[in-house]
Design a protein around this ligand. Structure first.
Ligand SMILES: *Cc1c(COP(=O)(O)O)cnc(C)c1O
Length: 472
């Protein structure tokens, strides 16, 4: 049999073929030429030494007939161009039930924040005083709101909370030491480890107490001329139970005051509202931490606050002024899109009921078990009616984002029974938009807590289509 490679048409001929004309028109001759060459190079390689064999560039079957068929090239080229043009960072449907899913971008923004981002995307009054027609400050957009909402003397926003902690430590204690309990030398999300952050901030770490117990006397004994700050880190992502002791923030603040040094409290999770109102366990709020005497508190914008990624410093004006004057502040500053989203999110907090209605993170956390059960049943019914084996089952959602370790939020999920469930999960991830689901005991779970009602139609049609294909 003759060499099958001889059946491959010349690129010039393919470019003139009717089947490729619309694609050449749309994507341009140069691009189509490049992709055709790529396809043919792969074909030749695969066919080499495999007389009459099959080649499958991009996983598609291509027998000798396809190799000569312009329509096949048109289809394959279009598929490759489409795939290359697809953005890498894309919207996804989060069906995992993990509200602050770190890998899926933590907090989804409120509609008001999205609009603010769109509004600020062009020219914006970022550092411009519209009244005076002169230079303004990018910090002016949020400082008043944060003072109003938390009772802080002043506020400063940087890129994320890790940056806030670095800026605070470096400003307040570079070249000196910070006292911290051994029970708070935490690691948050892999690369944020308190000891390393301290070292990089130029601060010596003075550990006191034991992993499970630290007393006020431990802190007191550590104080001396070298100590510039007492650091308290909120144990966001784990709990200690059993024989434990921790010094209440208020007592630490008093001790710091006596010594004439600031108490820096890294709150992390960043609640602005009383979380018990949402049915969650109590969590310190920004206001309560300041009320307890922290000189500076640091928190994330995209954890429980439900805003954009940002690090928020709250506290005494004189200390924050020093932080603004630190050259690191410039290196860590947020961009206009972040500030627009943050300002709009903070505005919603002026009316807490509105914040819970309109900030997706809060709304998802506050969703009642009844509401979620109703949505899961309705989704399961729609899927069943379309031939998918689905049922509403009890499931636990999670807060995620390193907040509320161990807290389970009772929910009801849609469980789908499919023969190859991991394969179904993978194919859902390759949908447009991708659907991220959980697999538990050979069933695919879709938790309505993190699925926006507006996403349900797309979700149902994707599941129905893929379930049908998996059956073939
Ligand atoms: C999450 C967290 C951080 C890091 O915040 P990012 O916004 O992720 O940079 C630091 N400290 C605590 C206690 C946290 O919970």
């Amino acid at each position: 049999m003759s060499d099958p490679r001889r059946a491959i048409p010349a690129v010039e001929a393919l470019l003139e073929a009717t089947a490729l004309a619309p694609l050449v028109e749309r994507a341009g001759r140069e691009r189509v030429t490049a992709v055709l060459r790529e396809i043919q190079a792969e074909l030749r390689e695969r066919l080499a030494g495999r007389a009459g064999g099959e080649a499958s560039p991009g996983g598609r079957r291509a027998d000798a007939r396809h190799i000569a068929d312009p329509a096949w090239y048109a289809e394959e080229t279009e598929r490759r161009i489409e795939r290359a043009d697809r953005p890498s960072l894309r919207r996804v449907i989060n069906a995992t039930g993990v509200v602050l899913h770190t890998n899926l971008g933590r907090a989804p923004l409120a509609e008001a924040a999205l609009q603010a981002v769109a509004g600020a995307a062009g020219y914006a009054s970022l550092e411009y005083d519209l009244e005076g027609g002169s230079r303004g400050s990018r910090h002016g957009h949020y400082a008043g709101l944060l003072r109003e909402l938390t009772g802080a003397g002043d506020a400063l926003v940087v890129n994320n909370n890790a940056a806030a902690v670095v800026l605070a430590l470096n400003t307040l204690a570079a070249g000196r030491s910070a006292v911290i309990s051994r029970g708070e030398l935490v690691e948050i999300g892999g690369s944020f480890r308190v000891p390393e952050i301290m070292a990089r901030s130029g601060v010596r770490m003075h550990e006191v107490g034991a992993t499970n117990r630290t007393h006020l006397a431990d802190y007191r004994d550590a104080l001396g001329p070298d100590v510039a700050v007492i650091l308290k880190v909120h144990r966001s992502n784990f709990r200690v139970e059993g024989f434990t002791a921790e010094v209440p923030a208020r007592q630490l603040a008093e001790l710091a005051d006596e010594a004439g040094i600031p108490l820096l409290h890294d709150l992390g999770s960043g609640a602005l509202l009383d979380m018990t109102e949402l049915g969650l366990p109590p969590e310190p709020t920004a206001a309560s931490v300041l009320e307890d005497g922290a000189a500076v508190a640091t928190l994330s914008g995209d954890k429980l606050m439900g805003g954009p990624q940002a690090g928020i410093l709250l506290g005494r004006p004189a200390l924050l002024r020093r932080m603004r004057a630190n050259p690191l502040c410039r290196a860590l500053r947020p961009d206009k899109l972040t500030l627009a989203a943050l300002e709009a999110t903070l505005r919603l907090y002026r009316d807490p009921a509105r914040a819970v209605r309109e900030i997706p993170t809060l709304r998802m956390l506050a969703a009642s078990p009844d509401e979620l059960a109703g949505r899961a049943r309705a989704l399961a019914d729609r899927l069943e009616a379309a031939g998918v084996t689905a049922a509403a089952v009890a499931a636990d959602s999670k807060v995620g984002g390193g907040a509320y370790p161990g807290a389970v939020l009772p929910s009801t999920a849609v469980a789908i029974d499919a023969p190859r469930v991991q394969d179904l999960a993978r194919r859902l991830r390759l949908e447009d938009p991708p659907v991220i689901a959980r697999v538990r005991e050979d069933r695919l779970l879709l938790d309505p807590r993190t699925i926006a009602p507006a996403e349900e139609d797309a979700l149902v049609s994707a599941v129905v289509r893929l379930f049908g294909e998996a059956d073939e």
